[in-house]
Design a protein around this ligand. Structure first.
Ligand SMILES: *Cc1c(COP(=O)(O)O)cnc(C)c1O
Length: 456
């Protein structure tokens, strides 16, 4: 594995500076008890690293689209930042498509994948010219009808599941024998069905596989790509032409949640693909990638104020404002999704002092609402801040409204001209009035106005 020396340290230093500045500038404080911070410098660096890694192994001139999996951080400003850094968008719902369009991502740099696309979503995608990967035979029949009705610029493909096996986290393993995505290639007759489906439809020009996410080792990801490549070769051979001209290899580069280093790197993965699937890189196929977590995770931090510090049964507990509403996966599946926690003092400076074993709890009303259990950290005290690190993907932008807790604000940060830290709002904190409105505030009398059943 390759670790770029200095890069993790610089990232940690930027984060510490940002926490201090956020407290100083009032983005965090008694009346702003939790916020998400995004490191704009780091996001740009990851986008550049992704592009450079694949450029280094692909034949010159190979068409390549790196599409950010919008579900990882569904914030318009993030999608826009990545778009300006040369990264497109992979979307999987009408909402994500609308976010990508609001961010200015053109149709030609957008890919639509989802296992449940409606007739109307497909029609819209083809009208716009967005790339679509059909998930299953029924969806392909819908595409048949749409393609027959009107010409489209959309590149169209089939999603396959190479069924190469899962990783350490069941919920993010997408290439097990029974995963719900794509056409399961090893099922009886399925591979032949895909080949014939393509031979009968000259407009099918892509194969897509996303063989997993966090918890899948690189070697397994590469095997999934190799199987997909082999299928493309078979189709092209039987077609007697290069019908499949682009492979969409999905995302899934795992993230290191145990330390600061961003490892494995995009360069590690690209080099492995070049070794294991050399034909993919030789210029005969265009390439689409769909990375999510690995682009954003390291660049986001949830910072929450310690409202109270207490103890129970001998255990120290810091009661903070970040819990299940921002770190849903960690709270419900702490073994699979552990997070590093950093302690900051009342002024947002890294907290010094001897470590104490403590729980870092959230604000929700159930006892399992813990960001970390039994963690050794400098003792968190009232008015300090606890930061959940590596939370830029699948965390604070994925609000879970348990206890009607408000969505926190999200702020991007970057150095300002005078050596300080400048912030920009990527998402406003949700107000209590908005919580009421989203909870049907306009329909307060809806249920009482229904007639009571007549008594007999
Ligand atoms: C979730 C998803 C991705 C992104 O996965 P990461 O692990 O975040 O890189 C890419 N493609 C598809 C189809 C997905 O469902």
């Amino acid at each position: 594995m390759e670790v770029q020396t200095g890069e993790p340290e610089r990232r940690a230093a930027r984060r510490d500076e940002a926490v201090r500045a956020a407290v100083e500038q009032g983005l965090l404080g008694p009346d702003a008890a939790v916020a998400g911070l995004l490191d704009v410098t780091g996001i740009r660096e990851s986008a550049a690293a992704l592009r450079a890694a694949f450029d280094a192994v692909l034949a010159p001139g190979t068409p390549v689209l790196h599409a950010f999996a919008v579900k990882a951080t569904p914030l318009v400003a993030v999608v826009r930042l990545l778009h300006e850094a040369g990264i497109g968008a992979e979307v999987a719902s009408p909402g994500e498509l609308a976010l990508a369009r609001a961010a200015g991502v053109p149709a030609g740099r957008t890919v639509l994948d989802s296992p449940a696309k409606t007739q109307e979503e497909l029609r819209e995608a083809l009208a716009l010219g967005i790339a679509v990967n059909a998930d299953n035979p029924q969806e392909l029949h819908r595409l048949d009808a749409l393609v027959g009705r009107a010409p489209t610029r959309s590149p169209l493909g089939i999603r396959v599941n190479p069924q190469i096996g899962g990783g350490t986290i069941g919920a993010t393993s997408t290439a097990t024998p029974t995963s719900k995505f794509g056409v399961a290639l090893r099922d009886a007759g399925a591979r032949e069905w895909v080949v014939r489906a393509c031979l009968e439809r000259p407009w099918l020009t892509r194969l897509h596989a996303h063989t997993g996410s966090q918890g899948i080792p690189l070697a397994l990801l590469a095997r999934g790509v190799a199987e997909t490549y082999a299928l493309a070769e078979e189709i092209n051979e039987r077609a007697g032409r290069r019908q499949i001209d682009t492979l969409d290899i999905g995302g899934g580069l795992p993230v290191n949640f145990a330390g600061e280093a961003a490892a494995p790197s995009y360069a590690d993965y690209a080099r492995l693909l070049a070794e294991e699937v050399p034909g993919l890189c030789g210029g005969r196929y265009g390439l689409v990638t769909e990375f999510g977590r690995s682009l954003l995770a390291k660049h986001g931090t949830v910072v929450a104020r310690v409202e109270y510090a207490k103890s129970a049964g001998g255990r120290r507990i810091a009661v903070t404002h970040a819990g299940v509403q921002v770190a849903t996966r960690t709270v419900y599946a702490p073994q699979a999704w552990p997070l590093r926690i950093a302690a900051y003092d009342t002024k947002g400076r890294p907290k010094q002092g001897p470590e104490a074993v403590q729980d870092v709890a959230g604000p929700a009303c159930f006892s399992g609402d813990l960001l970390a259990e039994g963690r050794a950290l400098p003792l968190l005290e009232q008015g300090d801040y606890a930061a959940a690190l590596d939370t830029g993907a699948y965390y604070f932008a994925h609000h879970y409204s348990y206890n009607s807790l408000a969505r926190p604000g999200v702020y991007g940060f970057a150095p300002d001209a005078s050596g300080g830290v400048a912030f920009a709002t990527a998402r406003e904190p949700q107000t209590v009035a908005e919580v009421v409105a989203e909870s049907g505030g306009a329909h307060a009398t809806a249920l009482t106005s229904l007639r009571a059943p007549e008594r007999r």
